[in-house]
Ligand binder design. Structure first.
Ligand SMILES: [Zn+2]
Length: 233
């Protein structure tokens, strides 16, 4: 069996989506990539999470050719592949229809940064894609979804804002590993919920000051990060 460890990581990432309450039924998927081999491991389509085993995980190359697996991959595979092709540093992708982040996607509104919880993980508002055209929807829909995400990041660093809202659909998140992509999905949902509550309390709430936003993001990420314990490796 190819990529046993990656399969196990991807299986666990998919189960974590369930444990964290981010997916209903089979509405969600997580994947991971082995960059040296150019191979992606993703959840199969429509298999209940409680029945998933590492053998069920489907292995695809970056062009969508199935390299190993008897089941059909998640129908969102072309979106995941486009993200791996366009964002060279990412190692995992997670897609959910989590309630509050999806509500923002449906409202076609970027999630503003109202506080340091957001700033700790996302170095700016979480972007929204443009709507897909009728031709894009009728064509290679899942690939076009990936391209729409890529266009939303033309002036945004995907490593600094590891999440997006797809207009009228739901969020996609990513990170260095499948587990980190899911982690970002959990944080995104929490931040999306708090932003909603913030606007309910005061519809005129202002985004966090740039200095405080930068302070919180940069103390956790990048060259001069100092939050947490020193890395030993
Ligand atoms: Zn979806």
């Amino acid at each position: 069996m190819l990529l046993k460890t990656l399969r196990e990581e991807v299986l666990d990432a998919n189960l974590e989506l369930v444990r964290r309450g981010l997916v209903l039924y089979t509405f969600g998927n997580a994947s991971g990539i082995n960059r040296s081999g150019g191979l992606v491991a993703i959840k199969p389509s429509g298999v209940p999470y409680e029945e998933l085993t590492p053998e069920h995980i489907v292995i695809s190359d970056l062009d969508g050719k199935i390299v190993e697996g008897n089941l059909r991959p998640s129908s969102d595979l072309p979106t995941h592949l486009e993200l791996y092709r366009c964002f060279p540093n990412i190692g995992g992708v997670a897609h959910t229809h989590s309630e509050f982040a999806t509500a923002w996607a449906q409202a076609e509104t970027p999630i503003p940064c109202f506080g340091t919880t957001h700033a700790d993980s996302f170095h700016g508002p979480v972007p929204i894609t443009k709507r897909l055209s009728a031709e894009e929807i009728a064509g290679d829909y899942e690939l076009e979804t990936g391209k729409a995400i890529h266009r939303a990041f033309e002036k945004v660093d995907p490593d600094a804002i590891p999440a997006v809202l797809v207009a009228g659909h739901a969020p996609f998140c990513w990170g260095p590993t499948a587990a980190s992509a899911v982690h970002n999905g959990v944080i995104l949902e929490y931040v999306a919920k708090m932003a909603c509550h913030t606007l309910l309390i005061n519809a005129d709430s202002s985004p966090l000051a740039r200095e405080l936003h930068d302070k919180h993001f940069l103390r956790k990420h990048g060259r001069d990060a100092y939050y947490g314990q020193a890395k030993t490796r």
